[in-house]
Design a binder for this molecule. Structure first.
Ligand code: SF4
Length: 347
């Protein structure tokens, strides 16, 4: 059950994840269930943007990644079907990831397969928009997509380039396309900017006005078309120089003032966006369990390996500086099990 290497991405091998590799257990690919009616489906870890604040260190200038993954769309839809059945609830599939999900070569087919799952009521996708076009949106609509969560962090072209870490990013073109998508398709758009203190906090005014003018979020019956996210430092994420991270108190008081200034909702509750608790998948393993695992390939980050348990039910990432042989069996002590995402070390 070795991983198949299919290409290289900025010097990193890209592996193809296919049957029988399990699709629960890893943050970079497969499916994440956090016990709500929203199922995160992650088809690709590749990203052609290079954001200076990227919390998952994606894109060409990644320093921590050792490998990238693309998942076979039929295998991914099969897993989504199984999990949707277990949840037995109306669910939203959010296609997201530690990269740009639109980079998946068969993203249209993946959406159309997920659309066939009976209790999937909504399909949404996250993107920074670099490859978005009206033509692509019409194909996404036909495949079954309902909403795009569009991360636009500035309407100023130079600042948008700086934030996405690319010279080619054209925010004016993306916003024009987004307006057309809202007018000419059934797809809704929600803007999901990240506010990076002193870099783009003043740019939020124009982003809010864009969401208001273009009626973002209305097709989804959301109280707002913009969900501003707070910049946070993550262990393997990127941090722009000299940026001071806001406290949550500062973030919410800033949001409140902005909300009043624009007379537009910016603070919304998860339930107003349709989030609710749902059946959570059982965890076969727990922290401190000792599990027999089989090494199936190099891991996502440095000093990591991918493994599965003997029943091939979960992916377990193993942190090890030792050179582990692919195919070998090792005993692994689980050190993380939250949300069925597993990390272990050799026992
Ligand atoms: S923030 Fe998103 S779009 Fe930007 S580099 Fe990271 S994964 Fe890519």
């Amino acid at each position: 059950m070795n991983l198949e290497k299919i290409s290289n991405f900025y010097g990193r091998p890209v592996y193809y994840i296919n049957k029988p590799i399990p699709l629960i257990g890893h943050i970079a690919f497969g499916i994440i269930d956090r016990g709500t009616n929203v199922l995160q489906v992650r088809p690709s870890s590749l990203c052609f943007h290079n954001c200076i604040f990227c919390s998952v260190d994606a894109g060409p200038s990644s320093k921590h990644r050792e490998a990238e993954y693309i998942v076979n769309e039929e295998w991914l839809a099969e897993w989504a079907y199984e999990i949707a059945n277990i949840k037995n609830d109306d669910i939203e599939v959010l296609i997201d990831g530690v990269g740009e999900p639109i980079s998946h070569p068969n993203i249209l087919k993946l959406i159309s397969l997920i659309k066939k799952i009976k209790n999937v009521k909504t399909i949404s996708i996250e993107t920074h928009g670099g490859s978005l076009s009206l033509q692509l949106a019409k194909r996404l609509e036909k495949a079954g997509l309902n909403r795009i969560n569009l991360s636009i962090d500035s309407t100023d072209p130079e600042n948008a380039k700086k934030l996405t870490g690319t010279e080619w990013y054209n925010v004016n073109k993306i916003l024009k396309t987004a307006s057309e998508i809202l007018k000419e398709t059934s797809i809704d758009i929600i803007l999901t900017p990240v506010v990076v203190p002193e870099i783009n906090e003043n740019d939020m005014d124009l982003i809010i006005e864009w969401a208001k003018d273009n009626k973002a979020g209305e097709k989804s019956n959301y109280p707002s078309g913009i969900l501003i996210q707070k910049f946070e430092i993550h262990h393997f994420g990127r941090k722009p120089e000299k940026v001071k991270v806001w406290s949550w108190r500062k973030f919410y008081s800033w949001l409140k003032a902005l909300q009043e200034k624009h007379n537009y909702r910016l603070i919304v509750k998860p339930e107003e966006l349709g989030f609710k608790n749902s059946v959570k998948l059982e965890k076969p393993f727990h922290v401190n369990d000792i599990v027999k695992t089989i090494i199936i390939g190099k891991g996502w980050l440095k000093n990591e390996y991918l493994s599965t348990d003997e029943n091939c039910s979960r992916i377990i990432s193993i942190i090890s500086k030792e050179n582990l042989i692919i195919g070998s069996k090792v005993k692994t002590k689980i050190i993380r099990d939250k949300d069925n995402i597993y990390l272990g070390k050799l026992y």
